[in-house]
Write a protein that binds this ligand. Structure first.
Ligand SMILES: C[S@@+](CC[C@H](N)C(=O)[O-])C[C@H]1O[C@@H](n2cnc3c(N)ncnc32)[C@H](O)[C@@H]1O
Length: 291
């Protein structure tokens, strides 16, 4: 859903949920929690996003920008991808709707100034334009192909300050095995420590994961309706946070309404009897329909 139509162009968003994208409740909360914790602890540093699309996650990141910090986003938007595979990925997923102008209009609906926009493949960021150890938070959500993601993780590592945090998108989706490979490679071969897993994103640090996790667990996420559990992976305790959207979606249709007598029969009778009850109910429905 989007906001009202403007006299000169498409509708402007009123909330970030009006902006198309793949940035959902658990991650909105996790981003805000990590960024607020940094601010409360007096940690300063720049923000960086690789893969911005129409700005859904960038708009939230921009809200956490503090005076003296910079926010840089890097996306191809409507320019050419650097290789055929990336080009195919772009045509399949984003081409119809994505322009830099659309991103900028969305962003400016929430903020007075644009971030620094690098309209180019994320690989250009390896040229040193992001100063080493200058960022406190990096969101990696650009190409989901292995070589690109592995490179983006290296960019994030260089960019992050000591206890800075990286969020890596789509580390476990069916259509993104390359992201999974790059993320777990970073954990097992390059010292990335898991801090949190959500259904969409992996959060990690090359710094002190333990104190981040300890503070994160001090909030009673379950009391607020989130699901939270943990699992040990290769010696790392990985905490998982999820939010089940209560709004019925096409995938989770509401159960069909049953009459009280039918609900009671199905609840209390053994299966062989409920089958007979079902047959009788169907027969009486058929009889009613025939009249
Ligand atoms: C999944 S979308 C980003 C979603 C966004 N972070 C959000 O929350 O709505 C991926 C974005 O990465 C961009 N992208 C894909 N390959 C890229 C590359 N090699 N370099 C820079 N951007 C790229 C696409 O243009 C697209 O906007």
């Amino acid at each position: 859903m989007t906001g009202a139509e403007t006299p000169t162009g498409p509708a402007l968003p009123r909330t970030i949920d009006d902006v198309p994208g793949w940035f959902f409740r658990a991650d909105q909360e996790a981003f805000s929690w990590f960024l607020d914790r940094q601010t409360e602890a007096g940690v300063t540093g720049n923000l960086l996003e690789l893969g911005t699309y129409l700005g859904r996650s960038a708009i939230l990141l921009g809200r956490h920008l503090r005076s003296g910090e910079t926010f840089t986003v890097c996306d191809l938007f409507d320019s050419e991808a650097p290789d055929d595979e990336n080009s195919a990925e772009m045509s399949m997923s984003y081409r119809d709707s994505l322009t830099r102008r659309a991103f900028e209009a969305n962003y400016l609906a929430f903020h007075e100034e644009l971030p620094t926009v690098v309209q180019a493949p994320t690989s250009v960021l390896a040229d040193g334009r992001i100063p080493t150890a200058s960022c406190r938070f990096v969101h990696v959500d650009a190409s989901h192909l292995y070589e690109h993601v592995a490179g983006d993780i290296q960019v994030a590592r260089e960019a992050l300050s000591k206890d800075g945090l990286v969020a890596l998108d789509d580390y476990r989706s069916e259509h993104t095995p390359g992201v999974a490979a790059a993320v777990w490679e970073a954990v097992f071969d390059h010292g990335l420590r898991p801090v949190l897993l959500t259904p969409s994103k992996f959060y990690g640090t090359w710094g002190d994961a333990d104190s981040l996790i300890r503070d994160f667990l001090a909030r009673d996420w379950r009391a607020e309706g989130f699901r939270m559990d943990s699992e040990i992976i290769g010696g790392h305790t990985c905490y998982r946070l999820a939010w089940d959207d209560p709004v019925p979606s096409p995938q989770r249709r509401p159960a069909p309404q049953r009459s009280a007598s039918r609900r009671l029969a199905l609840a209390v009778l053994p299966p062989v009897v409920t089958k007979a009850v079902r047959r009788q109910l169907q027969a009486s429905r058929d009889r009613r329909a025939a009249h």
